[in-house]
Design a protein around this ligand. Structure first.
Ligand SMILES: NC(=O)c1ccc[n+]([C@@H]2O[C@H](COP(=O)([O-])OP(=O)(O)OC[C@H]3O[C@@H](n4cnc5c(N)ncnc54)[C@H](O)[C@@H]3O)[C@@H](O)[C@H]2O)c1
Length: 344
C-alpha cells in the first residue's frame, strides 16, 4: 500500500518533511497546503531554520494538488495522511478536523499548545479509529537511539546521572513571528526543551516530580530553563535549554550519560558526535551507528504503521501528551521556585 500524504505548513518543518518523504518508498506526497502562495509555487527560499535538516529551497510542485485552505484539503479523498507542520497553536484544531474527515495524522511536536489539547487529540484519534504519530524525532535520532540501547542493555552498569542540553539563537523568522509569542508557541520551554523532556521520559520513565529554574522573556515566556527530574532509580537527571543566545551562537544539542563503568557523550557540534569513555578498558570509543536522516526514519515508521494497520508504539499519543504535561510542571516550578509533582 502506498500512503498518500498531504503536508500542511511549508515552513521549516514542512519543507523538511517534504524532502524526507522522497526517501520513503511506501509514501507519496500528493498534496501540500499553506496560506502563503509563494510557498505553494515551490519557492521556499525565505524559509528560516536553526539547523540544517536537509530541506530544499525550491521544489517542483507542478504535479501536486496545492491548497491555500486546509478546509479544502480535507475534502480531498485522495489523501490518507495529513502531516501537520503548522505552528503549534494550530495543531489541535487541524488534527481534530483531520480525524473528522477520516484522515490519519502525523503532527510535529509539541503535540498541542497545552496538555489538555493534546489529550483531546488522543481521544479523537481513538474515536475515529485513525493513527496519530507525533514528531518527537529524538526517538529516531541515531545517537539517542544508541544511548537508549546502552541504558536498556545495562552494558556499562547502572546510570548514575544524565545531562541533556539544547541551545539556539532566538528564532527571528517564523511565520507571522508566532515563535516569539508564548501564547502561540509556548516559548523555548515548549518548543525546544520538550525534545529533552521527552528524551528523559523515554530513557528513564516518567518523572514523578520536577524542580526547575528559568529566565523569562518580555512576553512572559520561559526562554531558558534548567530542570532536575525525579525518576525511578534515583539517578541525577538534568536538562537545560534556551533560545536566548545571540545570532552568532550555533545551534547545539548534547546528551551525556554517566554509567557505573562508562561515560557516554553526544555533542552535535563535534566529530565524532558520539563517544564513550570506557572506564573498564580505559579506551575512548566511537560507537558505530547508522548514518540516517532521523526525520525520514521517523516518517517511515509512521507510514509503515499506517500501511500495516498497527498503532505507533515508539512514540504514542499518550507519551507526547505526557511530555507537554511534564513541561507544564517545569514551567510551574520555574515560576514558583518549588518542586512540582507531575500530573499526567
Ligand atoms: N522536530 C523538530 O526538530 C522541529 C523543528 C522545528 C519546528 N518544529 C515544530 O514544527 C512546527 C512548525 O514549525 P516551523 O518552524 O516549521 O514553523 P514555520 O513558521 O517555519 O512554518 C509554519 C508554516 O505554516 C504556514 N501556515 C500558517 N498558518 C497556516 C494555515 N492556517 N494553513 C496552512 N498553512 C499555514 C505558514 O505559512 C508557514 O509556512 C511547530 O510545531 C514546531 O514546534 C519541530
Amino acid at each position: 500500500m502506498t500512503v498518500r500524504v498531504a503536508v500542511v505548513g511549508l515552513g521549516m518543518m514542512g519543507t523538511t518533511h517534504f524532502k524526507a518523504y522522497q526517501e520513503i518508498g511506501e509514501a507519496r506526497v500528493v498534496a501540500v497546503c499553506d496560506v502563503e502562495g509563494r510557498k505553494l509555487s515551490g519557492d521556499w527560499s525565505g524559509v528560516a531554520s536553526n539547523i540544517d535538516t536537509g530541506a530544499a529551497r525550491h521544489a517542483d510542485l507542478s504535479s501536486l494538488r496545492t491548497y491555500s485552505s486546509y478546509d479544502d484539503l480535507l475534502k480531498d479523498d485522495g489523501v490518507d495522511l495529513v502531516d501537520v507542520c503548522l505552528p503549534t497553536f494550530l495543531h489541535a484544531e487541524m488534527a481534530l478536523r483531520s480525524f473528522k474527515a477520516g484522515k490519519h495524522v502525523v503532527c510535529e511536536k509539541p503535540m498541542g499548545r497545552t496538555s489538555r489539547e493534546a489529550r483531546r487529540m488522543a481521544v479523537a484519534a481513538g474515536r475515529a479509529g485513525r493513527f496519530l504519530g507525533v514528531g518527537h524525532v529524538l526517538r529516531f535520532w541515531p545517537e539517542y537511539v544508541a544511548m537508549k540501547e546502552m541504558i536498556d542493555s545495562g552494558r556499562y552498569g547502572a546510570v548514575r546521572s544524565a545531562h541533556f542540553s539544547r541551545f539556539s539563537p532566538r528564532p527571528e523568522r517564523s511565520w507571522n513571528n508566532w515563535l516569539q509569542d508564548p501564547s502561540r508557541s509556548g516559548s523555548a520551554v515548549l518548543d525546544l526543551h520538550i525534545h529533552d523532556t521527552d528524551a528523559v521520559q523515554w530513557f528513564f520513565g516518567r518523572p514523578a516530580k520536577v524542580t526547575s529554574r528559568g529566565t523569562f522573556d518580555a512576553a512572559g515566556g520561559v526562554s531558558h530553563i534548567l530542570s532536575a527530574f525525579d525518576c525511578e532509580g534515583g539517578a541525577m537527571i538534568v536538562a537545560e535549554a534556551g533560545w536566548d543566545f545571540p545570532p552568532s551562537f550555533p545551534f547545539r544539542m548534547t546528551a551525556r550519560v554517566i554509567f557505573e563503568e562508562a561515560a557516554a557523550e553526544f555533542d552535535s557540534t563535534r566529530t565524532p558526535t558520539l563517544i564513550v569513555h570506557n572506564a573498564k578498558t580505559g579506551e575512548v570509543e566511537a560507537p558505530a551507528f547508522p548514518q540516517v536522516n532521523a526525520y525520514a526514519e521517523e516518517l517511515r515508521y509512521f507510514v509503515r504503521c499506517i500501511a500495516e494497520g498497527r498503532p505507533p508504539e515508539r512514540i504514542t499519543p499518550a507519551d507526547a501528551a505526557a511530555a507537554i504535561a511534564i513541561v507544564e510542571a517545569e514551567i510551574k516550578s520555574a515560576r514558583s521556585g518549588r518542586a512540582v509533582k507531575v500530573e499526567v
